[in-house]
Design a protein around this ligand. Structure first.
Ligand code: ADP
Ligand code: ZN
Length: 737
């Protein structure tokens, strides 16, 4: 069934010299005609082709369009030794480009982001089996020989061989000394160990077993489907969808699991290894260049069975993809906001529909889009209503800050402080949650009222006391914390206003000096490995009091944690964002879900000025369905997604006047869109009106659901002259509106 072009026995579609269209991966948004090289090429072939003085990577997309003087056609330099791009992949990229209004070349670049494609793997001395038989056979030595039998006499690095065979390095060294294995120069990638889909699973609860059976059947059908797997944190969703993975692997198809965060993937890799006996292929920004090329190639050749990765893994060249899992599908990190603007959940569904694969969207708090699609019957819906084993959902209660306000410059209320003291006295772990990095969001001069802002952005500088700097969260610029006001030059009046996690940690230190504290904030860890180590230490009970940002809301298991204090539940509810309630609901439900994962019952205390806000009430009353229904009603009324179409048009430029002139010209040229029934709002300053020195104006397009806004927007922008230093980007289905 999979369409595998590039059969070496088949003649090339285009013999040497025929004009063919090549889509270049860099710089150009169009097909260029070239002459096929000696040996010819076929559609989907990766090629190296000259472009001006450079040589670029391209993919043969079809016959040349002609019309170009044949004597001016340049020659493709060579066909690369890379598995050709399948028809399904080309269709996916084309449709994704159309949907997101992105040049196809940029999509293609996402799909070929593996350095050294077509280059042979590095040659290095690796251990291979000789003809000699060991004089003394031991069980461990037999396992090494069995590894060669299983994987072939490919050549292995010593550590790799020890790991594949499950023996110590000493055993490998001993065999080398005995002459049974020998180092030879070998040109190859190390193989990925096989995952065993028949390895025994854990005993599933009845609810898990039912969900797993349905998921397995959907994968086995070989047809496209999307299923929402809804279940509170700790209900065993991961365990259930691993069965769907097993089904795909057993059918000889590939599976992809998307996770919202790299630090989570380490825990997940362990679980995959426990379930299938080996680790999957990883794909995210932390993977080395060499391993990228190796992973990409193994995925294209169908040797990689399971990929675990970030959203960009959706653009890998799977040979036969049978399943895509989007874990924590509501998570905001699935939206890529720069370069190619896309939502991984939408792209997963698109790709699966083309590949005839099953999609599983797993979450305790699905996005409204997914909930609505399940309501409408477009997605199937499975529920895991209870936590696995003895763990229970935490009890939820509000602390009304209008009555129990902490003193000035303090953020932990009396009722919360009492609850924390109780839990600490009982030897239990506590989490204080505030979704704000740094010490204080605002540095203000008490003499003149000046607020310290970033020079490059329309944003305030945030104090990070642990680093001793003010930091811009938009562009990363830093400067020393001033003692003298940059505006009125008065000394000693600069004051930090408002809380960040560091400040809450400081307050906690004063309240509970004996407690072992840990701060979890993305800026305080050096990379994923350190973060993972810290999380493990906390999970093992290495801290009494955890103070964290939204990092803690994501999937980590903290078995000793029994109390979650939400410092400011109203933080995300301010501002005019229509998704504010949804995001707050998801975040606080996720954070509260960290409490009480083991035997001890959990409690979540939520500090708020708005205990009657529908989102806060729904959180307190555990009323998911009521919340989504009310949210859906509001969105429907506003004609907002998922009940209407929306697109954000961001116009940016270093020259404010030019950027705004372009935005205003767009604002005037809206007749075509209006004729389709769409409305255009703006231009207005974008939510952050300047970032990295570029001014940002925004227009919003809103249209009824049935209107294909992409082509209309494309025509609209194409008709307006855009100066060279101004950029117009389109964000279909923006996250904030
Ligand atoms: P979720 O993905 O819904 O948050 P998990 O699959 O991570 O839930 O399960 C929560 C916890 O329960 C994990 O520690 C997991 O190891 C454990 N667990 C889940 N299902 C089983 C099972 N069938 N047998 C044993 N432990 C399980
Ligand atoms: Zn800045």
């Amino acid at each position: 069934r999979p369409d595998l072009p590039g059969d070496p026995a088949a003649p090339p579609e285009f013999p040497a010299g025929t004009p063919v269209a090549v889509l270049t991966a860099e710089g150009l948004d169009r097909f260029l005609d070239y002459r096929a090289p000696g040996g010819g090429v076929s559609v989907g072939d990766f090629v190296a082709a000259p472009l001006g003085p450079r040589r670029v990577l391209g993919v043969v997309w079809g016959p040349g369009r002609g019309g170009f003087p044949p004597e001016k056609l340049r020659d493709i330099a060579r066909r690369l030794d890379v598995t050709p791009m399948r028809g399904q992949m080309r269709e996916f990229l084309t449709r994704a480009a159309d949907y997101t209004l992105t040049p196809l070349t940029l999509m293609l670049r996402l799909a070929s982001r593996a350095p050294g494609l077509g280059e042979p793997p590095a040659s290095r001395p690796l251990l291979r089996l000789t003809e000699d038989v060991p004089e003394r056979m031991t069980e461990a030595r037999a396992r090494v020989l069995a590894a060669f039998a299983e994987y072939g006499n490919l050549g292995f690095a010593p550590g790799e061989l020890a790991a594949l065979a499950g023996v110590s390095h000493g055993v490998v060294a001993g065999l080398e000394k005995a002459g049974v294995i020998r180092r030879e120069i070998v040109t190859r990638d190390p193989p990925f160990p096989r995952l065993d889909p028949e390895a025994p699973a854990r005993a599933l609860s009845p609810a898990q077993a039912a969900a797993a059976a349905t998921l397995r059947a959907r994968v086995a059908s070989g047809a496209y489907s999307t299923t929402l797997l809804k279940g509170v944190t700790g209900s065993g969703k991961t365990e259930a969808y691993l069965e769907a993975v097993a089904e795909a692997l057993a059918a000889g198809r590939q599976a992809l699991v998307l996770l919202p965060e790299i630090a989570l993937s380490v825990e997940f890799l362990d679980r995959v290894e426990a379930r299938f006996g080996a680790r999957p292929v990883e794909w995210h920004s932390g993977v080395t260049q060499a391993n990228r090329r190796r992973g990409w190639t193994a995925v294209a050749e169908g040797r990689a069975q399971l990929v675990v990765g970030a959203r960009s893994a959706l653009f890998l060249p799977f040979a036969d993809l049978g399943l895509i899992v989007v874990d924590e599908e509501h998570d905001g990190s699935y939206k890529q906001e720069e370069g190619v603007i896309y939502h991984a959940r939408d792209m997963a569904v698109l790709r699966a529909s083309i590949e005839k694969a099953a999609v599983v969207l797993a979450s305790a708090t699905p996005s409204l889009e997914t909930w609505a699609n399940a309501e409408a019957g477009k997605y199937a819906r499975l529920e895991l209503p209870e936590r696995f084993g003895v763990a229970r959902l935490p009890e939820m209660a509000a602390v009304d800050l209008r009555e129990a306000a902490p003193g000035p410059g303090r953020f932990i209320s009396e009722p919360l402080a009492r609850a924390v003291s109780d839990r600490l006295a009982a030897g239990e772990q506590v989490l204080l949650f505030l979704n704000r990095r740094g010490y204080a969001p605002l540095t203000i001069c008490r003499a003149c009222g000046h607020q310290v802002g970033c020079d490059n952005c329309d944003a305030r500088m945030v104090e990070h006391r642990f680093r001793g700097r003010l930091v811009c969260h938009q562009c990363g610029a830093t400067r020393p914390i001033p003692t003298r006001c940059p505006a009125c030059e008065v000394e000693g009046k600069m004051t930090a206003l408002g809380p960040g996690v560091e400040r809450v940690a400081e307050e906690a230190e004063a309240l509970w000096p004996g407690a072992r504290r840990a701060i979890l904030s993305s800026d305080l860890a050096q990379g994923a490995a350190e973060l993972k180590a810290r999380i493990d230490e906390i999970a093992a009970g290495g801290a009494d009091l955890v103070i964290g940002t939204q990092l803690v809301s994501k999937g980590h298991n903290f078995p000793h944690l029994t109390l979650v204090g939400v410092i400011d539940a109203d933080l995300g509810l301010q501002g005019g964002d229509l998704r504010a309630a949804e995001k707050t609901f998801q975040l606080i439900r996720q954070v509260a879900g960290r409490a009480g994962r083991a035997e001890r019952p959990g409690l979540a205390l939520i500090q708020t000025h708005l205990p009657d806000h529908p989102a806060i009430r729904a959180i307190l009353e555990n009323d998911d369905e009521g919340f989504w229904r009310a949210e859906a009603e509001q969105r429907r009324f506003a004609g907002a997604p998922p009940y209407g179409r929306m697109a954000g048009i961001i116009v940016t430029g270093t020259d404010e006047t030019r950027a705004w002139e372009t935005a205003r010209a767009l604002g005037r040229a809206v007749d075509g869109l209006r004729a389709l029934g769409a409305e255009v709002y703006g231009p207005a300053p974008a939510p952050i009106a300047r970032i990295r020195g570029r001014w940002r104006a925004r227009l919003l397009v809103k249209a009824p659901k049935g209107v294909a806004i992409q082509s209309a927007i494309h025509a609209w922008i194409a008709a307006v002259a855009v100066p060279a230093n101004v950029r117009v980007t389109v964000d279909i289905d923006p996250q904030s509106f």
